[in-house]
Write a protein that binds this ligand. Structure first.
Ligand SMILES: Nc1nc2c(c(=O)[nH]1)N[C@@H](CN(C=O)c1ccc(C(=O)N[C@@H](CCC(=O)O)C(=O)O)cc1)CN2
Length: 276
């Protein structure tokens, strides 16, 4: 059986042109367009993401502003920074990078976002709208997973999807989006019993657990479709949550780097452009 490598690059290229047109039209109409990226401390994956986002904003003519708070910042300080951006007419969208350091209540930060500037669907208003299938958008990384599956024409209806991870930015929203496509969805997390056994039942595996090489070939059904959301910064470079040998067992898989990450960046630009 031949394995399909689901590269993110053609998916990203297909979206970029439309985004560029929207941004150019907004600029002609005199609108200022900028994405604000809020980091607290130095989460390595967030820094990789930010670096890539800054590059793509520049290539599309979107402005950017980095708001960097120290790793000891309090919830109140982060919320204050977010509120300032809410009221700033130059800022079209705000992305607070998650996870935040332990002392910061990430959910309270999400709740402080003006829903219309909440690029990653972190506010209760946007998260709730997604839950009932009425969201303006979902978080960018889950949208990227779905865009890849759609681009490569992976059948979803009636399939059993197993999502590894239950974060508010990836695990939960991707589970909802798969459910909207009529998948039967199982969400696994740190308290799940018999996790390998559940993953072995999956037609589609979405790994978003943040542990390098966590999904090994013995956990994957032959012919399964494997989407690797993991961005783990190791001394050997960036690796996913899925061991590379899984590619030999899967019918289709996303590479890391060059898979979901590339499309997440474009989805973020799409969210900014939709806000113009
Ligand atoms: N509010 C959010 N915060 C964070 C998110 C998020 O989705 N929302 N994601 C993580 C990091 N992340 C995905 O989960 C991520 C990291 C890196 C990239 C990326 O651009 N990857 C490229 C390039 C890699 C490279 O430089 O070699 C790729 O994979 O090819 C996208 C997403 C942090 N916080």
């Amino acid at each position: 059986m031949e394995t399909l490598m689901m590269s993110g690059r053609p998916v990203a290229d297909a979206c970029k042109e439309q985004i560029k047109e929207k941004v150019e039209a907004a600029q002609k109409a005199g609108k200022k367009v900028a994405l604000a990226i809020v980091t607290v401390g130095e989460d390595p994956a967030s820094f990789v993401y930010r670096k890539r986002l800054l590059k793509i904003t520049e290539s599309l003519g979107i402005g950017s502003r980095c708001v960097e708070l120290p790793g000891i910042a309090t919830t109140a300080e982060v919320i204050e920074a977010v509120r300032k951006l809410n009221g700033d007419p130059e800022i079209a969208g705000i992305l607070p990078m998650m996870p935040m350091p332990k002392q910061v209540d990430g959910e309270a930060v999400g709740a402080a976002l003006a829903p219309e500037k909440d690029m990653d669907c972190l506010s209760p208003a946007n998260g709730g709208a997604l839950l009932i299938g009425k969201g303006r958008w979902a978080a960018c990384t889950p949208r990227a997973c779905m865009a890849i599956l759609k681009f490569y024409k992976i059948p979803l209806d009636g399939k059993h999807a197993v999502v590894l991870g239950r974060s508010n930015v990836v695990g939960k929203p991707v589970a909802l989006l798969l459910l909207q496509e009529n998948c039967t969805v199982t969400v696994c997390h740190s308290h799940t019993k018999n996790l390998p056994e559940l993953v072995r039942q999956a037609d589609i595996v979405v790994a978003a657990i943040g542990k390098a090489g966590f999904v090994t070939p013995d956990m994957v059904k032959p012919g399964a479709v494997v989407v690797d959301v993991g961005i783990n910064v190791t001394e050997n470079g960036i690796v996913g949550d899925v061991a590379p040998e899984v590619a030999e067992k899967a019918s289709a898989f996303t590479p890391v780097p060059g898979g979901v990450g590339v499309v997440s960046n474009v989805m973020m630009m799409d969210a900014v452009a939709r806000n113009l």
